[in-house]
Design a protein around this ligand. Structure first.
Ligand SMILES: [Zn+2]
Length: 384
């Protein structure tokens, strides 16, 4: 081998090594993000832990399969389902569902919780928006780490995307990306794309377990009109209105009722009501982090909701929520979610005492605002 040829081989090998090193350095954080397991400490009220695939075999062995917790009270009654991380970039829902899961004690009826509903989206990242991969919540025993996910399932789990997503069964044409959005794939089908199997399995839980109420926790931009509200179809409207009026009168915060539009298909608050006996409610809490015109997408902004650009827009009356220097901290979001969900359960139990769902030990708005969210998460290293 002459000298020039050898030099060429050396530079090629060096370039290959640099390429490999960059691939590994760039890929490792994404690999760790996708495989991070969030520790949870379920309350002693949890009586059964199932997988979503038990309700749709097509989910078995996929990243879309997820844990379903059942908390059966000693007295028979109704059943309520709480779902979070339908959109895994709206963390207030996940944190709220975990406050229920780690603390609730069930007196009457059954509470079913799916904290990571779109499990694949929870393991997806948001390229281009500079989102943090993880965030931490301060607790009495140290920091608890969470994964920041995306709105849509990972293309690693459902691919390729169609040009247009045709909703099943209404055949409404939706954006291609909605094929991976579990708030467009309701009611789903057992042999459809993976995300349709996720929503189908949840429909099966509601039909088979005879679930009375389903609450889907979300978060929305402060500049989006459907924010700080309970979205409810006609059949849930009365309970939603009573819950909204009660939290305003008793706890001093706003969460108005938005009617679920019947012409816009695939959403939980529409299809659950149309395809089962269950009454659906979708809770939207404001998350300033999600707004477009903010400063950098930092963990601080996610947790305290303070942003100078939004403050400026608030002064120009461009936001749909009252917004000032105090921002919109995460404990406020979680507090609102917990109080509204508890109030929905209470109003339903009052209306249908034979199907009551009575919980204890779940904090309400004022307690969460005072104590913070981390106060309600338990140390996973302590065995009970
Ligand atoms: Zn959402």
């Amino acid at each position: 081998m002459d000298r020039t040829l050898r030099r060429e081989w050396i530079s090629k090998a060096a370039l290959c090594a640099v390429f490999l090193a960059l691939t590994i350095a760039g890929g490792l954080p994404l690999y760790r993000h996708r495989h991070f397991e969030m520790p949870v400490v379920p309350s002693p009220a949890v009586t059964r832990i199932a997988m979503l695939s038990e309700y749709c075999s097509g989910l078995k062995g996929t990243m879309a399969d997820t844990t379903v917790y059942f908390m059966e009270g000693k007295n028979p009654g109704g059943k309520a389902l709480l779902m979070a991380n339908t959109h895994a970039n709206e963390p207030a829902g996940l944190l709220s569902s975990l406050v229920f899961l780690e603390n609730a004690l069930v007196d009457t009826g059954t509470l079913i919780i799916i904290p990571e509903f779109n499990n694949s989206a929870g393991r997806n990242t948001r390229p281009g928006d500079g989102y943090p991969l993880t965030y931490e919540i301060r607790t009495g025993w140290g920091n608890k780490k969470f994964r920041m996910g995306n709105r849509d399932a990972s293309p690693l789990d459902q691919w390729p995307d169609p040009d247009v997503y045709i909703h099943y069964p209404d055949r409404q044409m939706l954006s291609f990306i909605d094929a991976r959005n579990t708030n467009r794939t309701w009611p789903g089908r057992p042999n459809g794309p993976l995300m349709e199997r996720v929503t189908f399995a949840a429909m099966e839980i509601m039909r088979k377990e005879k679930v009375d109420l389903a609450i889907d926790f979300h978060g929305a931009e402060t500049m989006f009109p459907v924010t700080n509200c309970i979205v409810a179809p006609e059949k849930s409207a009365k309970i939603a209105t009573l819950a909204s009026l009660t939290v305003k009168a008793m706890e001093g915060f706003e969460s108005h009722v938005e009617p679920s539009p019947s012409g816009f298909r695939g959403l939980s608050h529409r299809e659950i009501g149309d395809y089962s006996e269950t009454l659906p409610f979708l809770l939207e809490t404001p998350i300033p982090f999600l707004d477009q015109p903010t400063g950098p997408k930092t963990v601080k902004l996610l947790l305290d909701g303070k942003d100078p650009f939004l403050l400026n827009l608030a002064k120009q009356k461009k936001l749909f929520v009252p917004y000032d220097e105090t921002g919109w901290p995460m404990e406020k979001c979680v507090g609102q979610n917990c109080s509204v969900a508890l109030e929905v359960l209470r109003q339903y139990s009052k209306k249908k005492p034979e199907r009551a769902i009575k919980l204890m030990n779940v904090p309400r708005y004022a307690e969460l605002v005072t104590n913070g969210v981390g106060y309600y998460f338990h140390d996973p290293t302590i065995k009970k």
